[in-house]
Design a protein around this ligand. Structure first.
Ligand code: ZN
Length: 133
């Protein structure tokens, strides 16, 4: 795996959290994007080489809504850049990690992504991501 590409934070409301993070980071949100497959609206900030991704649920039954219900707002996942997502998925599966999707799926910000089950990663949801070519 390469660098931490972004850190995902679950929030109840982008309308509230975008201005909050703009103040916090002293940096403008450069992009918002709806990700249909994950039932979220996302907002991105650039902080040096690593991005911050805010996630707001678009569906009360969606994964982010359920996460907030259980744990409250906060750190949701850490995403690592990988050069070859399929090779990395195979490697991790061989190591005993559980992939939440068997084939890479389209994520926000022009990426192909795969999530690892947090049960096997000390409770931290891990996302692999690779720039779409
Ligand atoms: Zn992410």
């Amino acid at each position: 795996m390469q660098k931490v590409e972004h850190i995902g934070i679950a929030v109840k409301s982008l309308a509230i959290s975008i201005p909050l993070f703009e103040k916090l980071l002293d940096s403008q949100c450069y992009k918002t994007e709806q990700v249909e497959s994950e039932k979220v609206n996302t907002a991105f900030f650039q902080t040096g080489g690593t991005k911050i991704e805010l996630l707001e649920s678009t569906d009360p039954g969606g994964v982010v809504a359920r996460f907030i219900e259980k744990k409250g707002e906060g750190l949701h996942h850490i995403a690592f850049d990988v050069a070859d997502i399929e090779a990395e998925m195979k490697r991790l599966e061989k190591e005993g990690f559980v992939l939440l999707n068997e084939i890479p799926k389209p994520g926000a910000d022009n990426k192909l992504v795969c999530f690892l089950h947090p049960k096997h990663t000390n409770g931290v949801l891990i996302e692999l991501c690779m720039e779409k070519k």
